[in-house]
Design a protein around this ligand. Structure first.
Ligand code: SF4
Ligand code: SF4
Length: 232
């Protein structure tokens, strides 16, 4: 059981998780990573929209997540192919990367037109794609970690911390959209058959049109300093 299971430690110069699949990022992270790519001369960074919610009042689909695509070599554009290190590690690493291998197994959004509320639930899983996990943890260990957050914190404190931070961030978006909905600025639907061709907008930028107080600092107090440093 977990008492005798080794605490998780990421293997240096592995980088395998940076080659498995596109990385889910938040809308503001998409903007931060785009700025970093520009300044670090990373040319093959692309995103596709992830989860979208329709605003039938504004005639747009609001992207609440994006998928950072792997490049032509099948790796994240920020992975240094020579030593398999992340070049944004000390600048801004997406929350998904910080929490790997402790990841949402499923995120269920609730878009309730009657109560005008945006909410969500998250269930976690420990990815056995990670070689450290595969070689050191039994399926029972992984099940226990996924089901019990106290045990998860003991086994992989930094990763669980990042996953909990991702919940806090997701809540900021959900609460902002709920507030805009109740104030009559937006009229949300989980999907609408008419909206397939409507433009997709970044949730951070869209919300800021109505709530300019929503800033990058609320997500990461050091991000402005980091972006300034990279610029210099
Ligand atoms: S696959 Fe696992 S060991 Fe390898 S870099 Fe990712 S988290 Fe670390
Ligand atoms: S941002 Fe860094 S940690 Fe995340 S997938 Fe890319 S190289 Fe890996």
């Amino acid at each position: 059981m977990i008492g005798v299971v080794t605490a998780f430690k990421c293997m240096p110069n592995c980088g395998y998780c940076c080659t498995i699949s596109p990385v889910t990022v938040f809308p503001h992270e998409m903007l931060i990573l785009s700025k970093l790519a520009e300044r670090l001369d990373v040319k093959d960074l692309t995103f596709k929209p992830g989860y979208v919610v329709t605003d039938v009042k504004g005639g747009v689909r609001i992207a609440l997540s994006y998928l950072m695509q792997l490049n032509e070599k099948g790796m994240c554009p920020f992975l240094n192919p020579d030593d398999k290190t992340c070049i944004v590690h000390s600048l801004y690493k997406p929350l998904t990367c910080r929490s790997f291998p402790y990841l949402p197994r499923v995120i269920r959004y609730v878009i309730d037109p009657e109560l005008k509320i945006v909410d969500f639930t998250v269930e976690f899983v420990v990815s056995s794609l990670c070689p450290v996990i595969r070689n050191n943890y039994t399926p029972d260990d992984l099940e226990t970690i996924a089901r019990n957050v106290k045990i998860a914190i003991k086994a992989m404190p930094k990763e669980v911390d990042a996953a909990q931070e991702a919940i806090r961030v997701r809540k900021i978006y959900a609460d902002a959209l709920t507030a805009l909905w109740r104030a009559g600025y937006v009229e949300l639907r989980s999907n609408s058959s008419d909206s397939t061709n409507w433009p997709i907008v970044n949730a951070f930028e869209y919300i800021r049109q109505f709530i300019p107080q929503l800033t990058l600092d609320q997500f990461d107090p050091s991000i402005r300093r980091i972006l300034r440093e990279v610029e210099d």
